[in-house]
Design a protein around this ligand. Structure first.
Ligand SMILES: *[C@@H]1O[C@H](CO)[C@@H](O)[C@H](O)[C@H]1NC(C)=O
Ligand SMILES: *[C@@H]1O[C@H](CO)[C@@H](O)[C@H](O)[C@H]1NC(C)=O
Ligand SMILES: *[C@@H]1O[C@H](CO)[C@@H](O)[C@H](O)[C@H]1NC(C)=O
Ligand SMILES: *[C@@H]1O[C@H](CO)[C@@H](O)[C@H](O)[C@H]1NC(C)=O
Ligand SMILES: *[C@@H]1O[C@H](CO)[C@@H](O)[C@H](O)[C@H]1NC(C)=O
Length: 787
């Protein structure tokens, strides 16, 4: 059957969930929900599906104390360490289900008792929650735990092959973990280990009050602590540290810095608010000589802004930083900074992803300082004299032979930094606004990792966003030729069986795996599930997933180097008309087209059975001369397991019905297109009178519902493809004795054949105005269609 009337792109504008519909040149209707994954449940890949498709594995349970845990993924050595309550687990990241090894590392009994005496929870707090895990050297990992509110650290030997190699705690290296690890198992904190130095942003006391950014460990004899000044009004106030990253600023290693991100309480006048910050210190900072001894002397911080400009000039601010991911580029001095923020407002709940460049961050640190003055101690731009060397600059012999270390800084530099650690200008996002937002939904974004994916038409950044309800959103940002960007939600994965906050998210680009942790377990999810997008080229293309391409047979993982010509992919436009015009899609045969005749005021049944159990059936109706609309169910129009039941047919029920099966991916196929044509009672009566002069039998009141049920059964059991057949069946049924007895069936058939011929002739010569004159002509299929 050919049906060429469809234009290549048609939008179903009235469908509530912004569903974009694409008509292929074949009589196939594709439907894809764009950016609506979160609104509907249809594209939600559920946990059980993930398990079935082999994409995920779950391990451990809530009894393992995973409500506080840490992950150390080592792609190079092929190992994954998981720190949890009183244990460190060692896994093979290729297969989490394989047997693992573990180290038992509890807090001392005394500490546990003391902890319980302070009223803390035995299971949730008074144990050793391992929160710090870092590679130290080729053979050793540095680990710290909360030690029942008395942090401890130690070296772990992990070497050799997984089964045979060493994996044990070096008991003689256990030491205090104060200023290295938080006391509290769930308080946010950050730590990073580089060049044998450990940098930590955490609260350094039992009450969780004194938040500090510190450096510890290091090769002897440099094993002294450096920390931020205890000056809440100027440096750091009730901070929650998010992440820390060593980044080189210039080609001079003396300029290497530690950048770190946190949110803190800010008092401007009498207003308390939470603001997000990016801060930095020099790696070679050893503290001041007379003042700021063992404190950072190069600490600077700046505000990190993520907001949506409002039409009335009032911006919507996302002030609370939740997570940061650095996407590396070819230039290791310039990673791209991805950050998740949430709103502080309890009324307006929302999350946003903002992206920053290192160039913009450096420009702010090279710009004007802020100064606190006036009776309400507001921060204003500092326009006084700036001492030399510029505060925040790292000491280097190359710049000034007299200043070899921070201990050589003049006193005025030290006292300046003490009271001017804040930059005046904020850091603004690259695009001036968030690249992705989620507002007015009942969840927030909490974690982010980003993967760079090479596709046929360019390179894409795919974001994986963890939420506080145990889901992961896979989002791609697509930049068009005119620099406008489009955010497409490719998948929403329900990673955990129950809605539980995502607590950790790690990506292995090498293994193409995502590791998602929550209090109920650790799940391994493949970065792509191309086969779920379906078999057809068009489906694969419409998915716009940069990981996937149609390889001539199916939707599969796109490998840039392999036979380019056979691969079909279009991330930028997702236009199958360009990509799949010459392919025979296997689903093309699945769409059935039928015509059904319904008698006015009677019952009609539109049968449509989905193949898959998971598919949800939706019905769309296109009335002549109007748009497609989803069919509204009510008492009269009922959705049944086998199809749509329309009781007491109205003239407005006539039109083209499309039965769409929505699979559990965000794809939907049209299974059936059904043209429902209305037969009025008048037409029917006239028709019935043609072969016989007797009037049709009067319906009996009580028999009406029974009659409807009979109608239902009849239409259901025998789908009629032409009115003739339908009418014949009715007519024969009503007058069974006569039809059979007098052999009128055959005579009537002849009559209809004749009418049909004459209609065709008239149709050609006189046009449509004759259509109402005879019953058959108005109900005949359009020219060119065959049955
Ligand atoms: C993972 O390990 C389990 C247990 O050893 C095994 O049954 C399973 O086949 C493995 N899966 C893969 C993908 O290797
Ligand atoms: C790694 O560090 C540990 C702890 O300091 C030390 O015992 C070990 O010898 C080091 N290994 C190597 C290969 O340097
Ligand atoms: C860019 O092009 C897209 C379609 O290609 C269009 O929807 C959008 O409005 C354009 N944006 C601008 C800023 O011109
Ligand atoms: C339509 O319904 C009426 C009353 O319910 C009944 O008498 C009549 O036979 C039905 N006609 C057809 C064609 O089903
Ligand atoms: C034919 O019937 C339709 C609807 O029943 C009506 O809108 C149209 O005007 C009629 N045409 C003629 C020529 O009577």
């Amino acid at each position: 059957m050919k049906n060429p009337q469809l234009s290549p792109h048609v939008m179903f504008s009235n469908i509530s969930t912004k569903v974009k519909v694409f008509f292929h040149t074949s009589p196939l209707l594709y439907l894809i929900t764009i950016n609506t994954c979160v609104l509907t449940s249809v594209c939600l890949a559920v946990w059980t599906d993930l398990l079935q498709t082999g994409s995920a594995s779950i391990l451990l349970g809530s009894s393992d104390g995973l409500h506080s845990h840490s992950l150390l993924l080592d792609e190079e050595r092929g190992r994954l360490l998981l720190g949890a309550r009183d244990h460190i687990f060692l896994f093979d990241p290729d297969n989490l289900s394989q047997t693992f090894r573990k180290i038992h590392w509890p807090a001392s009994k005394d500490r546990v008792e003391t902890c319980k005496l302070t009223g803390k929870n035995a299971m949730l707090e008074c144990a050793n929650f391992v929160r710090v895990l870092h590679n130290y050297n080729r053979t050793h990992v540095y680990a710290c735990g909360t030690g029942a509110f008395n942090p401890i650290c130690a070296f772990i030997e992990v070497s050799g092959h997984r089964e045979g190699g060493a994996f044990h705690l070096m008991a003689n290296t256990v030491e205090s973990g104060r200023l290295k690890c938080p006391f509290d198992p769930i308080q946010p904190f950050t730590s990073v280990l580089t060049d044998h130095f450990l940098y930590t942003g955490a609260s350094s006391d039992f009450l969780g009050k004194d938040a500090a950014f510190t450096r510890s460990l290091g090769p002897p004899p440099d094993q002294n602590y450096i920390r931020t000044d205890v000056s809440e009004d100027y440096w750091i106030n009730e901070a929650r540290f998010i992440s820390a990253h060593p980044i080189a600023d210039t080609y001079n290693p003396d300029d290497d810095k530690m950048y770190f991100f946190f949110r803190e309480v800010s008092w401007e006048g009498n207003d308390k608010s939470i603001l997000s910050r990016v801060a930095r210190v020099c790696k070679n900072d050893v503290g001041g000589l007379r003042s700021l001894t063992n404190k950072w002397t190069t600490f600077l911080k700046a505000r990190l802004v993520c907001s949506i400009p409002g039409p009335d000039g009032v911006d919507t601010h996302f002030d609370e930083l939740q997570d940061v991911f650095l996407l590396q580029t070819k230039d290791d001095k310039n990673p791209v900074v991805y950050a998740i923020f949430t709103t502080s407002s309890s009324i307006f709940r929302g999350s946003a992803v903002c992206v920053y460049s290192m160039a913009d961050i450096r420009a702010v640190f090279n710009g004007p300082y802020a100064h606190k003055e006036g009776p309400d101690h507001r921060w204003v731009e500092y326009d006084g004299r700036i001492p030399y060397p510029r505060p925040g600059t790292c000491p280097s012999k190359t710049y000034d032979p007299r200043i070899k270390t921070t201990k050589d800084f003049p006193d005025d530099v030290i006292s300046f930094i003490r009271f001017h650690p804040l930059m005046h200008r904020p850091v603004l996002p690259l695009t001036g606004r968030p690249v992705f937002t989620r507002v007015r939904v009942d969840y927030t974004l909490t974690h982010i990792v980003v993967d760079r994916v090479l596709a046929d038409d360019g390179q894409y950044e795919v974001m994986f966003l963890g939420t506080d309800v145990g889901t992961v959103l896979k989002v791609v940002s697509i930049t068009q030729e005119n620099w406008s960007t489009e955010e497409v939600v490719l998948e929403e994965l329900q990673v955990f069986e129950t809605p539980t906050p995502v607590l950790s998210l790690e990506i292995s680009s090498k293994q193409q795996q995502l590791f998602v942790g929550s209090s109920v377990g650790l799940v391994q999810v493949s970065l792509s599930r191309c086969h779920l997008y379906g078999q057809a080229c068009a489906e694969c293309c419409l998915a716009r997933d940069p990981y996937c391409a149609w390889d001539g047979h199916m939707c599969s993982r796109y490998v840039p180097a392999s036979k380019r010509r056979a691969r079909r992919q279009d991330i930028k436009h997702g236009d199958p008309a360009m990509q799949c015009w010459d392919t025979e899609d296997s689903t093309a045969q699945q769409l059935q087209e039928r015509i059904l005749f319904g008698v006015q005021s009677n019952t009609s049944f539109l049968e449509c059975l989905p193949k898959s159990q998971q598919a949800q059936i939706r019905w769309y109706l296109q009335r002549p001369g109007s748009e497609h609309q989803e069919v509204v169910m009510d008492d009269r129009v009922v959705r049944t397991e086998r199809g749509l039941l329309i009781r007491s047919l109205h003239p407005s029920d006539a039109g083209v019905y499309t039965c769409v099966a929505q699979e559990h991916t965000h794809f939907a196929h049209a299974l059936l297109r059904l043209t429902l044509q209305l037969v009025t009672q008048g037409q029917l009566e006239r028709k019935a009178k043609l072969p016989s002069e007797e009037p049709p039998a009067e319906p009996q009141q009580g028999a009406e519902s029974r009659q409807r049920y009979k109608d239902y059964l009849r239409v259901m059991s025998a789908p009629f493809s032409s009115l003739q057949e339908y009418c014949d069946s009715l007519w024969l049924e009503k007058k069974p004795s006569r039809a059979r007895g007098r052999g009128l069936g055959m005579g009537k058939w002849k009559h209809i054949q004749e009418m049909k011929k004459s209609r065709n002739r008239r149709h050609q010569s006189h046009g449509r105005h004759l259509d109402n004159e005879t019953l058959t002509s108005s109900l005949a299929p359009p020219a060119g269609q065959t049955f």
